[in-house]
Design a protein around this ligand. Structure first.
Ligand code: BGC
Length: 848
């Protein structure tokens, strides 16, 4: 598909087809947590619809991960489209009124605070959400069927809280849900949330559907599921338990240092090891049918484990099932969790009585653990059990192998610095089940010999030699093959090299303009590479946010070659402005548009399901299709790099950005990211940017928060997903995170960005920073300093985004001054610049 300038506001063919495709896929992302037979309904009829998400449905979270859609389908609309008659319009109107008042009051207060601190109100409002109101409206909707839609929203810049209206239900919600569940013959609680809510107070409710936040077709997709035109087949990607039960809750959100004391024991790895029962386990989800998984055979050798299964639909409705393979690694010198996810596969649609064969292959070496003292991945001697099932708490041992001695799988070097503590080893009290002992005794154990494994050793690279000053050339000569990239580089001054390694900035930029909105070529895109070498004919790479679609301005005009558009971030945060201020802004935009004397163009993008929902599908093809849909829109709107997928680990339910991420499990996160990346990059000239590398697991004080984490936890949990994605899908870009890791900004960590990413994993792309990490947001006397643009270059972080005048100064000073904390050699700068140039050639040529 070629770039289009869409000058009509009419719905485009691509929008229609993308929405249709999303509507078909969204049910696969929904997780049925409980069902007493109420779902699906037989046919549409009268429905009493209540709850915060009924009319004010949340399609996805706030901040850079938001998508400015033309329209999205709310639950109310979706049910009406499907032929239901809603009998609670009065309730919905009353809720609307109180919600608007609450939001207006809340953001008025935020504005007052921002003015008192003398800070930009929009920046101050970032990530803040108004409290859920308490109220009492009569629950008098007609009919014998009711649906209550509970909604929660969160976003970057703030973490979630263990308060009523967030993780906890409000008194109103508890009272109403309990009353409705008694009053109506059929009652369904629908969760329109992007993460955990504490359902303990409403435990009596018998039918609970996690709808998630499915993007543009939200309400229609829900109606399809409610009516059984489709069926939920998602499985949880995070364990749901009481907040106190997660070891990460202690110390979460510290403004300076967050200690990851639980080490590798994140999510189910912890619950299974200490023998604790979560409310809903990792990998769990019901459907409208039942399935049986037969294990046909399990083969093991030094290279791979092959699990062959047959899945049968044993129920009365169509559905899909996920086969999950977990492996229990024997604890020896290294402690080990009860099990870890090692493979999975999903069936296609199975009608009652249908069967499907699924084969899952797992590289044996992927079961290695990291031994810090030896700086190596190792498989320790002992017996490894292979468990097959449809949730982390419903498996059977179907295979096993033994190792006669320890195996060194790969020798690395130590990275990541010192956390300053030893990880906690939880009191081991592994879960078990009635037949586990028998299964262990009955299983056939394949004997593997340590000496038959082939170990590897990473070869860490030295810097190349400096490219000496030369004549230089135009970029066209490079494109035409007359000159090399090195010859182009030889002609660049230090300042030009520095520009190349910083995004496009304007010297007198208003900060607000560049928050996720710094592109000049595409309105509302988050940024682009430098335009300062335009005389040499060097084109720029344009980047736009995700992960729930493309975040762009909806409307734009062109002023002297620059695309100027409507706000691309905002939502409720715009309530910090008074009516007069908003009016004045609109007037300005209108005048600007008239001034430009050009047409008004439109960019209506489609919102895909949030990251967590995509992962809940446990369907690699679905994830790839999501990437493909975004890739198609990137081509239409002229975006080269999508700032997604995001795959930080859901370490705690409190992280405000969990909805953008996939899972508490690194294997699943990595597989999902790889599939989405493939979907995007199957489009010529389109690149994925996996983010935020790494250990970015909280939003509180995100620019200055230091994650203290052991090397083992880093490598096995927090880096693993990135490793899988890099090795499997070679994303063109990776974005570093804001936080520090063990006292050094992640964006300035050479050990992560060069030694691990490039030398150990073979990453061939460009590394960029997250926006304004070098100080654009100011510092308020924090414990930790801002990151440095020179530090980025030194570490192999090629591109500081979105760029500021001080970044250039910093780089040039570091070249001149050997006393600079990150003193640079020219070749270090050239290496970063070269990687950017090579990506520009590649994407440009692919795009034609
Ligand atoms: C976010 C990134 C995003 C960037 C550009 C930052 O605030 O952390 O995820 O890609 O802005 O909008």
């Amino acid at each position: 598909m070629k770039r289009q300038r869409i000058a009509t506001a009419e719905v485009q063919t691509f929008e229609k087809s993308h929405i249709e495709e999303m509507r078909k896929m969204a049910p696969e992302c929904m997780v049925l947590l409980k069902n007493d037979g109420t779902l699906p309904f037989e046919k549409p009829g009268m429905i009493a619809l209540y709850g915060s998400g009924a009319r004010r449905t949340i399609k996805g979270g706030t901040g850079s991960g938001d998508v400015n859609v033309r329209h999205f389908v709310t639950v109310e609309e979706g049910l009406e489209n499907a032929g239901f008659t809603i009998t609670t319009k009065k309730w919905l109107d009353s809720y609307d009124k109180i919600l608007q008042e609450t939001k207006a009051d809340y953001f008025r207060e935020i504005r007052k605070q921002a003015d008192a601190y003398g800070v930009n109100p929009m920046l101050f409002a970032m990530g803040k959400t108004a409290p859920e109101p308490e109220y009492q409206f009569s629950l008098d909707g007609e009919g014998d069927t009711a649906i209550y839609v509970l909604a929660r929203i969160s976003g970057e810049g703030a973490d979630r809280q263990a308060v009523k209206g967030d993780i906890c239900l409000t008194d109103t919600e508890v009272r109403d849900i309990l009353e409705l569940s008694k009053k109506y013959k059929k009652f369904v609680l629908v969760l329109n949330v992007g993460g955990l809510v504490d359902l303990h107070p409403v435990e009596q409710v018998k039918t609970v559907l996690l709808m998630g936040q499915p993007g543009t077709p939200a309400g229609d997709a829900l109606a399809d599921v409610i009516l059984g035109k489709s069926y939920p087949s998602g499985k949880l990607t995070m364990s749901w338990a009481s907040l106190d039960a997660y070891p990460s809750t202690e110390g979460f959100g510290d403004v300076n240092d967050t200690d990851y004391r639980e080490g590798i024991y994140v999510g189910y790895r912890y619950f299974d090891t200490v023998g604790m029962e979560p409310d809903y386990p990792f990998g769990f989800g019901l459907g409208y049918s039942t399935f049986k998984i037969f294990s046909d055979k399990v083969d093991v050798d030094c290279e791979k484990i092959t699990v062959c299964t047959t899945v049968a639909n044993t129920g009365t409705a169509p559905g899909k099932e996920v086969v999950q393979v977990y492996v229990s690694v024997p604890p020896k010198e290294l402690d080990q969790p009860y099990q870890r996810l090692a493979g999975y596969a999903k069936t296609g649609e199975l009608r009652p009585g249908d069967t499907e064969k699924l084969m899952i292959q797992i590289p044996t070496a992927s079961l290695a653990s990291y031994h810090e003292e030896n700086a190596a991945y190792v498989l320790e001697q002992g017996i490894y059990f292979i468990r097959v099932g449809n949730s982390s708490r419903n498996t059977k041992i179907e295979g096993a192998f033994s190792l006669n001695a320890d195996v060194l799988v790969e020798r690395e070097k130590n990275i990541g610095g010192e956390s300053g503590f030893k990880d906690r080893k939880p009191q081991r009290n592994y879960i078990t089940y009635a037949t586990e002992k028998e299964e262990k005794e009955a299983v056939q154990i394949t004997e593997l010999k340590a000496e038959e494994f082939k170990g590897k050793e990473t070869n860490y690279q030295e810097l190349p030699t400096e490219i000496l000053k030369g004549e230089g050339c135009s970029w066209n000569d490079v494109i035409n093959g007359k000159k090399t990239v090195d010859e182009f580089l030889a002609g660049l001054s230090d300042e030009e090299l520095a520009w190349l390694c910083i995004g496009e900035y304007t010297d007198a930029e208003d900060l607000l303009e560049i928050i996720g909105n710094a592109s000049k070529k595409v309105a509302g895109a988050a940024g682009e590479t430098t335009g300062r070498l335009a005389d040499l004919k060097l084109p720029a790479i344009v980047m736009a946010d995700g992960p729930a679609g493309l975040r762009l301005s909806q409307d734009f005009t062109i002023h002297s070659g620059v695309a100027k558009g409507s706000a691309s971030v905002g939502g409720d945060m715009l309530l910090v402005y008074t009516m007069e201020e908003l009016q004045a802004m609109m007037e300005m935009e209108k005048a600007d548009a008239e001034d430009s004397k050009t047409d008004m163009y439109h960019q209506y993008c489609v919102a895909i399901p949030i990251g967590t929902d995509i992962a809940q599908s446990w369907n690699d093809q679905l994830a790839q299709k999501c990437g493909d849909i975004v890739g198609e829109e990137m081509e239409i709107f002229g975006i080269h790099a999508w700032l997604a997928p995001a795959l930080n680990i859901q370490r705690s339910p409190l992280c405000g950005r969990n909805f953008e991420y996939y899972s508490e499990d690194p294997f699943l996160s990595g597989c999902m990211a790889a599939s989405v990346t493939k979907g995007v990059q199957q489009h010529d000239g389109c690149a994925a940017t996996i983010k935020h590398f790494a250990c970015n697991n909280q939003e509180t004080n995100r620019f200055f928060s230091n994650s203290r984490v052991s090397e083992r936890a880093m490598r096995e949990i927090y880096l693993k997903g990135f490793e899988i994605c890099v090795k499997e899908a070679q994303p063109h870009f990776i974005m570093t995170s804001y936080n520090l890791i063990n006292g050094e900004h992640a964006c300035c960590r050479k050990d992560l960005l060069t030694d691990v990413l490039r030398d150990e994993w073979g990453f061939q792309g460009v590394v960029m920073t997250d926006w304004l990490v070098t100080g654009g947001m100011g510092s308020k006397g924090e414990k930790w300093p801002c990151a440095s643009a020179a530090g980025n270059i030194k570490a192999g972080n090629d591109l500081t985004m979105p760029g500021m005048p001080s970044d250039k100064e910093d780089i040039l000073n570091a070249l001149k001054d050997q006393a600079h904390p990150y003193a640079l050699t020219k070749v270090e700068l050239q290496c970063c610049a070269k990687r950017i140039l090579e990506k520009i050639i590649l994407l440009d040529q692919q795009a034609g």
